[in-house]
Design a protein around this ligand. Sequence first.
Ligand SMILES: Nc1ncnc2c1ncn2[C@@H]1O[C@H](COP(=O)(O)OP(=O)(O)OP(=O)(O)O)[C@@H](O)[C@H]1O
Ligand SMILES: [Mg+2]
Length: 254
Amino acid sequence: MHEMGIGEKGLETAKKHKREGNKPNLRNEGQKVIMQVENLSKTYTQGKIPVHALRCACITVRKGELLAIMGPSGSGKSTLLALIGTLEKATEGKIILDGTDLTSVPEKLLPGVRREKIGFIFQHYNLIPTLSALENVELAMRFSGVPKKERKERAKALLDDLGLGDRLNHKPTELSGGEQQRVSIARALANRPALILADEPTGEVDSKTRDSIVRTFKELSEKGQTILVVTHDPEVAKECSRVLRITDGVIKDY
Ligand SMILES: Nc1ncnc2c1ncn2[C@@H]1O[C@H](COP(=O)(O)OP(=O)(O)OP(=O)(O)O)[C@@H](O)[C@H]1O
Ligand SMILES: [Mg+2]
């Protein structure tokens, strides 16, 4: 692992640790803890046989970390993201994100909390085919109380930043895979979430596009955006500030 992508403050601490002969800081030490996962477990019951998809996971994530989650198929990666993303209920344990205990939010309030705190990026982009790039990003803000004019301005600025300023009115089918993924990144950022969750975001693109998506993630993390990315690709993981490995539902953090 190297030191890129940990933000200026993290880099300074890393240099200090190096001078002092300590382990270099790759975990944004000195940055605030944005998420604390405590003893998180998920057991699915299929008929009579329980499947322990996640066992007693403990993870501390600091603001601005770009964190990779790797592990074989069926090891529990998507389960972990689904729990953090409040799409599934934990069997046991806690998830404190940005001061809110996600595991104790009443069902009725979950959509609002999810919208406000978490941005999702999927392998297959999940854009709405009948809407333009601009409208896809705007839509994410429609139920968040952002006034219409601001929605449009924010969507345009995000797409501009991601190099899609001249693709605002293109529909998803009129965009390349990499461009569609960029629109979905803009959509994930629209509500200024505390955390972005990405499940295999580079699974469908060529290596050049993959590299540009990873570069975008690194730039965002350097600006303080926290990102968790599930990936099978060592080239993606090696650009991250930390890698969590998961096997049979058990997480190893190093
Ligand atoms: N809804 C469900 N009901 C029962 N078992 C499930 C359910 N969802 C997942 N599982 C099981 O939980 C385990 C973890 O699945 P998960 O989808 O988290 O794996 P993964 O690491 O994301 O795999 P992949 O790399 O193939 O996407 C698997 O054994 C899976 O069969
Ligand atoms: Mg999965």
